[in-house]
Design a protein around this ligand. Structure first.
Ligand SMILES: Cc1cc2nc3c(=O)[nH]c(=O)nc-3n(C[C@H](O)[C@H](O)[C@H](O)COP(=O)(O)OP(=O)(O)OC[C@H]3O[C@@H](n4cnc5c(N)ncnc54)[C@H](O)[C@@H]3O)c2cc1C
Length: 241
């Protein structure tokens, strides 16, 4: 059952540019706030638009450990051309306060882990996957974990150093970035659903899939997984609208 959302003001303590159109935000909650959530869930930001209350969902890009240690959580936000809330976010500075509520959603890793886990994301769709992956390693997950991460350009691969570090630190972490409009890029260039088909052809048993991104990508991935005979209860999605 859905947990009742809790409403708190948070202070933006850090803003980092991840690419020309994506920023990483660190939000800090007051000590007395219960900002806890399950990795993969999202929060809402509340603001005014044309004098009326307005809210938008954003996936939490960090694991709950950060909240427990420091009462902080992280977001990864794409500037959408002409978009009201993303443009508002990009105008915020460190020290600004925003009104939020959390937690929301059911896009979380199913436990206990009986299957190997495949995460598939495009763009800022990697945000909830990042929280889930960090959480799995905090729990010493011994399953094979894949991250198949699609972007248009090679300079848009969010958190690249982090994925490379995880690959070095954990033999069970497999990172497959793919770039659909390459310049110098020598790696994969197919869409994520094609990489999924190629990587898991004929080995569809014991796999649990978690996909996140814009609606068209999620729909194409879902069709590919159904075509591969992956059972429906092994396919989990969060669609950004
Ligand atoms: C559950 C959920 C979680 C979300 N988490 C995130 C997140 O972690 N990071 C994030 O940047 N956005 C996320 N979004 C999208 C976010 O809620 C807003 O839709 C987005 O910021 C655009 O809002 P806006 O007011 O700026 O633009 P609007 O004027 O509302 O523009 C909407 C348009 O932007 C497109 N769009 C929405 N999100 C993106 C995106 N991430 N990349 C490219 N195009 C997009 C939509 O397809 C639509 O065409 C999430 C959406 C949902 C439903």
């Amino acid at each position: 059952m859905a947990e009742k959302p809790r409403f708190y003001d948070a202070t933006i303590t850090k803003i980092v540019s991840l690419s020309s159109t994506v920023k990483h935000f660190v939000l800090e909650y007051p000590k007395e706030a219960d900002a806890n959530f399950i990795a993969g869930q999202f929060m809402m930001v509340h603001l005014e638009k044309d004098g009326k209350p307005h809210k938008k969902p954003y996936s939490i890009a960090s694991s709950p450990k950060l909240v427990k240690d420091k009462n902080q959580l992280e977001l990864s936000i794409k500037l959408v051309d002409g978009g009201y809330v993303s443009t508002w976010f990009f105008g915020l500075k460190e020290g600004d306060k925003i009104h939020t509520s959390l937690p929301y959603g059911f896009f979380t890793v199913r436990e206990p882990w009986t299957e190997n886990i495949i995460f598939v994301g495009t763009g800022t769709g990697v945000a909830p996957l990042r929280g889930m992956i960090h959480k799995l390693y905090e729990q010493n997950c011994d399953k094979q974990i894949w991250l198949i991460f699609g972007n248009r350009h090679e300079n848009e691969i969010l958190y690249l150093d982090e994925w490379r570090a995880l690959e070095k630190a954990h033999k069970n972490f497999h990172f497959i970035p793919t770039v659909s409009r390459p310049k110098e890029w020598k790696g994969e260039t197919a869409y994520v659903q094609e990489i999924v088909k190629k990587t898991f052809a004929g080995k569809t048993e014991g796999l649990d899939f978690y996909g996140c991104g814009l609606v068209p990508m999620c729909q194409q991935l879902k069709s590919a997984l159904i075509e591969m005979n992956i059972p429906k209860d092994k396919i989990h999605f969060e669609q950004f609208t």
